[in-house]
Write a protein that binds this ligand. Structure first.
Ligand code: 2BA
Length: 107
């Protein structure tokens, strides 16, 4: 058995969770935050049999892949006249650890 620890964007979490559970995976979601940005993200714990590992990773990849998005910038200080410019930013993405599970016990 393997344990997937997947850190994903909060916005991607609902679709990743529903796709994983729809395919029969058991998932625990933790509300976490990144040490660098100090922004909220979601960490999923997914215990899977080895033959289902690729299928679970594929779902996470498909529903949390890194993509670009246009956002409107706002000026750093109030001004009488200002123009907001659309800026392309990276969103989404997943950081994944796959760990061997020594024992899986349910009481
Ligand atoms: P990513 O590398 O895509 O990481 C997204 C989040 O995944 C991280 O949030 C962190 O919560 C988790 N993560 C990534 N690598 C990890 C690891 N080896 N161990 C444990 N957790 C890990 P943040 O820490 O807020 O980082 C957000 C983004 O800022 C990162 O995106 C990366 O592009 C950048 N970044 C992170 N640390 C950096 C640093 N020391 N210098 C420059 N940029 C950094």
């Amino acid at each position: 058995m393997k344990l997937i620890i997947a850190i994903i964007n909060n916005d991607d979490c609902p679709s990743v969770l529903s796709e994983l559970t729809r395919d029969g995976f058991s998932v625990t979601k933790l509300s976490t935050s990144g040490g660098f940005l100090r922004a909220g993200n979601s960490t999923l714990l997914v215990g899977v049999e080895e033959d289902k590992l690729d299928s679970a990773l594929d779902i996470i990849r498909r529903f949390s892949s890194r993509r670009t998005q246009m956002i409107q910038t706002s000026p750093a200080y109030p001004a009488e006249f200002f123009v907001t410019m659309p800026v392309e930013v990276n969103v989404g993405g997943a950081t994944i650890f796959v760990i061997d599970v020594e024992q899986f016990i349910k009481y």
